[in-house]
Design a protein around this ligand. Sequence first.
Ligand code: GLY
Length: 350
Amino acid sequence: MGRVPADRLPKTYYAVGDRLETSNAGWWTSGFYPGTLFYLYQFSHDTALLREAQDRLKLLEKEQYNKGTHDLGFMMYCSYGNGLRLLGNPEYKQVLLNSAASLSTRFNPKVGCIRSWDSKPWKYPVIIDNMMNLELLLWAAEASGDASYYRIAVTHANTTMKNHFRPDYSSYHVVDYDTATGDVIARKTAQGYADSSAWARGQSWGLYGYTVMYRSTHDPKYLLQAENIAHFILTNPHLPADKIPYWDYDAPDIPRALRDASAASVMASALIELSGYVPVGRGQEYLNVAEQIIVNLSGNVYHAVVGSNGGFILKHSVGHLPAKSEVDVPLTYADYYYVEAMLRYKNLAK
Ligand code: GLY
């Protein structure tokens, strides 16, 4: 809080040179800091955290009209969504509805997906991460009564289920589509080790995304998909004993490969929710893994000493290893999903 300039949002931190990296509101991670603050306020009732969350939200307000990113779900639902849930502020609701309208402009009915990136050399790229942006649309359908948001979310989830997954329920990172025919042109990676590998955070995004789809639709095919993804992850011979994944399940230098705490925190949060939708025995298996992740992330290997690590909570995440960017650093979204997982875990006891 003390280090981030008033007009910026925290992204990551490099110990060498004590360098805090921040972003503007248009970057995909902009919502995680206010979102984390809302979660921490929910837990602590500390109004200093609430004030900081509300101040940072103002920076994001203009993004409600941003039609140039598929990440509006991350940016706006993790921030304003938590704000609305805790405060019931009608202005926040309108910002979220406008955000859903902006996001839905990126949907192409021929492809059946929301477009991820506008960059070359892709034609119409869709990344597994995009499953995480559907929660905003599902909320908007409910809040506005406009069923088109629901249809877009369901269609995107169905198309992704058909084209992103391999027979073992691991997923490709990027699927590129032909907009004339809706056919798949290519299945690739951008942030993983190889096109055919299982990039760890991508597997966690898929797990979380289909769990949310089941929560909102009650369609058993999404529950089955989430369970199949969980099965791929939890039975993977390369999942370490402490359940903090390597950055890619097929990284060539396992067991020396870097771990990704962000993939672990997203997975823990998703598994806690999923545990509530399955028979008790399986639910307990999911909970045991989530508990193990939370305990291990809270130990001194991953959890920073207060005042160090640029103010971030967790160490040892991997953003984009092939681009040599954000390698073995704290990441704002690792903290967000870690805090979310702990709140979900605490609420189980109620
Ligand atoms: N959504 C981008 C990432 O997971 O790195």
